[in-house]
Write a protein of this length. Sequence first.
Length: 204
Amino acid sequence: MVLDIAKRSAEHAARPKRLPLFLSMNFSALRAPRRHGFTVVELVIVIATFAVLTAVVSPTFVEIARKTKFDPVVEEMRTMENALVHYYADTGSLKPLENIAGITDSVQDPAHKHLISGDGREGWSGPYAEELPSESGYGGTYDIDVISDSQAKIILGTREELGGVYPAMLETLNHLLDGDKDLKRGLVWGDASGINYGVNFVRL
């Protein structure tokens, strides 16, 4: 029995030693197969995803641009409209404002006197605005043109270096103020030199 054990030990020692299984594995088999670019299906998926994201995000940027550019102008024109409406309601006439050639940010400006600081007319109970804008955010200048005791228009002109108001801008302002894009009728009309916002107080 002792001889058998010794013989087996000698045979075992003579055998070539094997590496453990985990050391002899071929690791190249674990590597991902090398790829050569996208497949057509993958490209279609990427393009479709990009198109969906563009459709979702673009309106947001358009809305931000509109608010930045147009909403302040609309607010300014409506501020002046409200001031004129209340002035007319209290005094009964817009005639004192008919000689205003343009609005400035000076307290000596006639529009400032009539609508903010007070012109001494009977019934005056302003101020009818905290301030009157002299020009819009894009550089156009404002004027008030009194047509009669009960009619006036707010004119948004432009500086000469701007070369007039872009037609697309006119249409957008017209839509925001008048609800349509027809520059030939309604309360808002205009051309390349500016936009007019008519205020007819007869309806009061």
